[in-house]
Design a protein around this ligand. Sequence first.
Ligand code: HEC
Ligand code: HEC
Ligand code: HEC
Ligand code: HEC
Ligand code: HEC
Ligand code: HEC
Ligand code: HEC
Ligand code: HEC
Ligand code: HEC
Length: 467
Amino acid sequence: MSTLCKLTDRFLLSRPKSLILHSLFALLLSFAGPQAHAQGSTLAKEELACLSCHDKVGPGKALESGEILSLAISTKAYAESMHKETSCEDCHSDIDAKTHSKTIKTIKSKRDFALSMRESCRTCHTKKFTQYEDSVHAALIKDGNKEAPLCSDCHNPHTVRSTKIPAPHAANGCANCHEDIFKASTKDVHGLTRVVNGKTAPLCADCHKAHDVQAASLGNGVKDACLSCHENSINQHKEWLPNAARHFEAISCPVCHAPTAQRRVNLRLYDNVAMKQISEKTGVPQFEKLTQAADAKDLGLDERALWSLLKEFNQEGSQGKTVLRGRLEVLSGVEAHQLSEKSKAIKDCNVCHQKGAAPFQSVTLTIAGPDGRPIRHGVQKDVLTSLLATESVRGFYAIGSTRIKLLDTLFIMVMLGAVSVPIGHMTIKRLFKSVREKLAAEKIAAHSVADEKESTHHRRTDDDTSK
Ligand code: HEC
Ligand code: HEC
Ligand code: HEC
Ligand code: HEC
Ligand code: HEC
Ligand code: HEC
Ligand code: HEC
Ligand code: HEC
Ligand code: HEC
């Protein structure tokens, strides 16, 4: 029997979506011994009445889609489940025990049936239900997505066990749908060291939450999760990384901790007043319309296009409300789950702080879609190095990598001014050694750059008034 269980698990791992076979196995198991009935005797007689028909392997019910809905519910598993005291009719309130086996109800598809049952969890698990309703998964379902999970995709209502019993990594419901990410995460530093010195490494829900799952690159949810376990992280990074908090804001952790990953700059349309990423209004796909119009050939937005897009978003007297906030990210979801041990993490400042640094060669502009997931449009990389755009990319530039002389110069002057602060002095000195050598020349140039700024400023004012 335990080999059978293992087999089922193995099977589930390699072909997770084959739920039909899963229930077949479950059925075989439920029929395996007489103890099934002994266990079942703890159930109320109403449940046993339903189960007298349903604890049987039958042909199942043919659905319009051509799928077969297995009707088998294991008495043993039900009696061992957290719902053993819940009546079938609490959830299946539309079922009339006496008549329903005779009246054939047409059901379109398994998904349709599951959808029709989804409200059944609300009454008893109101809090979880509300959390879930705010999630990216629920938003996807509202949007008609057929793949996103309902409660019953992660918790089989007839076999649900206590979620406090630690489940092996493979039993993690998320794996069924996010298979590639799951595979990557079993091989990364957390996956390989599930338990170290009594501390447990995270599963999906520890970083993303189980119910209130939000788009990963949105907000600080994931970062905060990392820092809740790695409490001392900021201080440890501060030992070698100046202004670690600023770096944490602007760089997703895997950018340095998944050393082989490809990286890119994500320019997020950001509401400076509400302090959050701007969302596309439902039903008004402004972002896609504007970006497509501005970039018909799909070469990436250039700096003018970006500038006028921002102006568009700042209409109606909300000047300066919409800004761009830069963030370094890894390119793919899989790469975000390939964290390695700390000795392999990126420590070399030059990976980012030098001319032509790789992470700055790929740029994307995003807005949060109706489900919270980012909608993207490509941006030409030169935009990062242009002064005009910098006004709007405010607060995000890496010294050296983007050739913004004015800001670099100002920045370095500020840094030199702060040199009396002993911590980090040496690091900063080392980092900016070459830059400082050029500094004398820069200082002379600073005047003319300042002039340039003046003229840029005028140009912009002109733009504005001409509107
Ligand atoms: C006499 C045997 C019998 C009993 C008792 C019985 N069922 Fe059924 N059940 C069936 C059959 C047969 C079907 C398939 C009917 C069809 O093809 O539409 C079915 C279908 C279902 C379905 C699938 C959805 C649907 O409406 O077709 C659910 C859910 C269900 N039963 C729940 C229950 C519950 C809950 C009870 C107890 C209150 C119960 N059954 C008692 C025989 C039974
Ligand atoms: C906690 C709520 C809940 C309880 C209690 C419950 N069910 Fe269900 N049942 C569901 C949901 C939700 C679905 C549809 C989702 C799915 O596919 O599992 C379902 C589906 C079914 C189906 C269709 C086959 C299947 O697995 O999808 C049958 C038959 C069924 N239930 C019978 C029963 C019987 C018999 C009982 C009592 C012994 C029972 N249910 C108790 C929520 C419940
Ligand atoms: C009639 C009330 C009722 C309904 C409806 C109901 N549940 Fe439950 N559920 C319970 C009870 C009682 C428990 C036992 C543990 C507890 O008190 O939380 C439980 C436990 C659970 C657990 C395990 C909690 C833990 O502590 O680990 C999960 C998961 C769960 N239910 C999911 C569902 C899902 C999914 C649905 C809808 C398909 C559903 N429940 C509908 C009453 C209900
Ligand atoms: C994407 C998968 C997923 C979906 C969808 C999901 N859950 Fe859960 N649920 C989990 C996981 C994983 C846990 C255990 C870890 C946790 O709570 O952080 C859990 C835990 C629970 C618990 C026990 C939590 C506790 O603290 O006692 C309940 C009850 C529950 N879920 C009910 C529901 C209900 C009701 C829905 C639908 C509104 C739902 N879940 C949807 C994955 C999911
Ligand atoms: C150690 C924390 C951690 C764990 C554990 C984890 N993730 Fe992630 N996940 C992340 C980070 C970090 C990102 C990238 C977020 C960003 O852009 O900054 C991410 C991104 C994602 C994304 C979005 C990918 C995309 O295309 O943008 C999905 C989906 C996801 N994770 C699912 C999962 C699943 C499923 C699991 C479990 C198998 C899991 N994660 C485990 C931290 C984690
Ligand atoms: C029944 C399938 C299913 C299950 C189970 C499931 N997801 Fe998802 N999830 C999806 C789909 C579909 C999307 C949207 C497509 C995508 O982004 O991969 C999505 C999107 C996401 C996103 C947002 C991706 C982004 O762009 O940032 C995260 C994060 C996520 N899921 C995490 C989880 C976690 C954590 C679990 C387990 C607790 C889980 N999912 C379980 C189907 C599922
Ligand atoms: C600029 C690159 C960079 C960024 C961004 C970064 N790290 Fe690190 N991290 C490193 C390096 C390099 C080390 C190894 C330091 C050493 O060798 O002392 C490290 C070490 C660690 C360690 C091991 C701590 C120890 O010393 O034992 C943890 C945990 C960690 N980082 C978590 C994070 C988290 C969480 C984030 C995101 C909030 C993050 N890191 C962001 C580069 C980075
Ligand atoms: C549930 C707690 C938990 C969460 C959440 C978590 N970690 Fe970890 N992490 C661990 C444990 C436990 C280890 C292994 C033991 C250790 O080094 O502390 C580990 C190890 C690491 C290491 C390797 C450290 C080394 O010594 O080589 C890095 C790097 C790391 N985590 C980064 C992250 C990042 C980045 C995130 C968020 C995306 C994150 N962790 C989220 C618990 C967690
Ligand atoms: C993975 C890329 C990356 C690495 C590696 C990196 N940085 Fe940065 N750094 C950035 C980015 C991006 C910013 C801009 C943050 C902002 O302004 O939002 C930044 C900003 C800075 C700042 C300005 C912080 C402030 O107060 O505004 C300093 C100083 C700095 N980095 C020094 C370093 C040093 C020294 C190292 C190596 C020990 C290093 N960085 C490694 C990407 C990186």
